[in-house]
Design a protein around this ligand. Structure first.
Ligand code: MN
Ligand code: MN
Ligand code: MN
Length: 275
């Protein structure tokens, strides 16, 4: 049986393995088909494609776009995208600019919360990768403001906290349009992570499908295992294909290892039928 992992991160965004190390680890974990889906960048994919060839893993070019829907932060994964697409290139440029402004806003809010030097600190940790909240979290940890990355999100960066800035992201519909224009398949990422009621989630999935979204991440390393069956039903309700991925960021996260997540239920139509 072919093992697919269609969601993970490298040092091009907030992952800790280089694209080469990531492909090596995917191979060791028995993954046959991997999609590297860094946040708002395709910068890691050139290296990933060389490494994939070397270790015999099939690489699907991917990206995870940040967006908003009804003022909530929503992630949309684009799979099997054309890296030569001009729409993709300008989308990535726009997202990078939004991330920079967002980074400044997060830093300003952290200053008001009594944390100095967060922008330079987080940029230093990002070391050239696209700047994200995990880099701010690491800075808060290094400064001794929190005892763990988790606590950094709970106190400073998570939903509803001072560093939660999502106003700069484009609407979900627009992001889905970018992915389609780049010849890719738009996948609504980790639906249970948004902690919505079933009614709200249905409304989100409905809007996503109307926008041209084609798949739902029915199984993710981030999700409680029980939610897979529910998400498979929602995917079926809206005629969406099913995707699966670990959302791996770094080794040692036991619920986010490459290739490790609940199998897709039999009833699902897998997203790779569209590749
Ligand atoms: Mn991340
Ligand atoms: Mn995500
Ligand atoms: Mn992710």
């Amino acid at each position: 049986m072919t093992v697919y992992d269609l969601h993970c991160h490298s040092t091009a965004s907030d992952g800790r393995l280089t694209p080469t190390e990531l492909l090596q680890r995917a191979f060791e974990q028995g993954v046959d088909v991997l999609s590297l889906t860094d946040h708002d960048t395709v910068h890691g994919l050139a290296e990933a494609s060389i490494a994939a060839e070397q270790c015999g893993v099939t690489l699907i070019p991917g990206i995870e776009f940040s967006s908003q829907w009804e003022r909530r932060g929503i992630h949309v994964v684009g799979l099997n995208i054309d890296l030569n697409s001009e729409v993709l290139a300008s989308a990535v440029t726009a997202q990078l600019a939004a991330r920079e402004v967002r980074g400044q806003l997060i830093a300003e809010r952290l200053t008001k919360a009594g944390v100095q030097g967060a922008l330079a600190g987080a940029q230093n940790i990002a070391n050239g990768a696209v700047l994200g909240r995990p880099h701010f979290a690491q800075y808060l940890l290094d400064q001794g403001r929190v005892k763990s990355i988790n606590e950094a999100f709970k106190k400073y960066l998570g939903a509803g906290k001072p560093g939660d800035v999502k106003s700069l992201w484009p609407e979900m519909e627009q992001v889905v349009g970018w992915i389609i224009a780049a010849g890719g398949v738009a996948v609504l990422a980790h639906p249970s992570k948004y902690k919505m009621t079933r009614t709200k989630l249905s409304s989100l999935v409905s809007d996503f499908a109307v926008s041209g979204g084609q798949a739902l991440e029915v199984s993710s390393g981030l999700m409680p295992p029980g939610s897979t069956a529910t998400l498979a039903r929602i995917a079926a309700d809206y005629n969406l294909h099913a995707s699966c991925g670990s959302d791996f960021h770094f080794p040692g996260h036991k619920w986010q290892e490459l290739g490790q997540f609940s199998p897709l239920p039999e009833s699902c139509v897998p997203v790779w039928d569209l590749f």
